[in-house]
Design a protein around this ligand. Structure first.
Ligand SMILES: Nc1ncnc2c1ncn2[C@@H]1O[C@H](COP(=O)(O)OP(=O)(O)OP(=O)(O)O)[C@@H](O)[C@H]1O
Length: 264
């Protein structure tokens, strides 16, 4: 069965089960592109994978009773005449993971930037508590600094001495299958490796609230799985994590799915 045939079959199986197929199929397609492996090896038969997805969407996890780290109320945002967000609410507590999902252009990154305080909403409020870790979708690294220099610089801002920052950065990098020791300046890193650097920087100093905008772009399949393992570890350590993602396959394990729907 070719990848296209498998994806069509998955879409049909999901629709048959009453699940909106678009985002899930796009996610599966992106995995398959990255992994280069046959769909039957990665996901198994379309019907069985659709069953597993539907089951996972029905399994609620007990909610955390930790303190609220992010509270978004009635956030509305327009660019010119174009309304991007309308009355968005989101609450994330310590020990919880929230996923922000939706079609390309529906406002996921805009919402995350507003949550990070990088942009102001037209209406509504955002309250954060605790230290913030931020991983943008792209950019965020310096062309002329090595990874170790990034760790030192960002670590200093978070109260870490130089050796502690470097060790923490290298340890976190190993968690996504990357060894940054002796790595070249940012401008010479591949796109996926730059994203690994961004992700490691977001987690430096163990911030209470992590805002991650599709942080796994360019990761190979193994690093992508490592990323989610890292997210569950952060959650279990009591951190609040918000991930912008197309990856509804992780919906069984996140505490909140905020679906911003179709294109704004
Ligand atoms: N600074 C800006 N000025 C004008 N329009 C903007 C600005 N930032 C975003 N937009 C528009 O707002 C809409 C939402 O963009 P946003 O990047 O938040 O979507 P998204 O859901 O994150 O998309 P994707 O899944 O492709 O990353 C898009 O139409 C985008 O072109």
């Amino acid at each position: 069965m070719s990848t296209d045939e498998w994806l069509h079959a998955l879409a049909a199986e999901l629709r048959r089960r009453g699940v909106e197929a678009g985002a899930v199929v796009a996610e599966a397609a992106s995995h398959l592109r990255e992994s280069g492996e046959p769909p039957l090896t990665v996901f198994g038969a379309p019907a069985a994978y659709a069953d597993a997805l539907v089951d996972s969407l029905r399994t609620p996890r007990p909610r955390s009773h930790g303190p609220v780290r992010l509270d978004v109320r009635g956030v509305t945002k327009s660019y010119g005449r174009r309304r991007v967000l309308t009355g968005v609410d989101l609450t994330v507590r310590a020990g919880e993971v929230a996923a922000i999902v939706g079609a390309n252009g529906c406002g996921k990154s805009t919402l995350l930037r507003i949550c990070a305080g990088l942009e102001a909403p037209d209406a509504g409020t955002v309250h954060r508590s605790g230290a913030l870790g931020w991983c943008p979708q792209a950019g965020g690294t310096a062309e002329f600094l090595t990874p170790d220099e990034h760790f030192t610089l960002v670590g200093a801002g978070r109260g870490l001495a130089r050796p502690a920052a470097r060790d923490a950065g290298r340890r976190a990098a190993a968690g996504v299958d990357w060894d940054p020791a002796g790595a070249p300046q940012g401008r010479h890193l591949s796109g996926g490796t730059r994203q690994k650097l961004n992700l490691v920087l977001a987690g430096l100093g163990e911030p209470d609230l992590m805002l991650l905008d599709e942080p796994y772009q360019g990761f190979d399949h193994g690093s992508y799985l490592d990323f989610w393992a890292q997210v569950w570890d952060w959650r279990d350590a009591g951190r609040a994590v918000v991930v912008v993602t197309h990856l509804l396959a992780a919906a069984d394990r996140v505490d909140t799915v905020l679906d911003l729907g179709g294109r704004a």
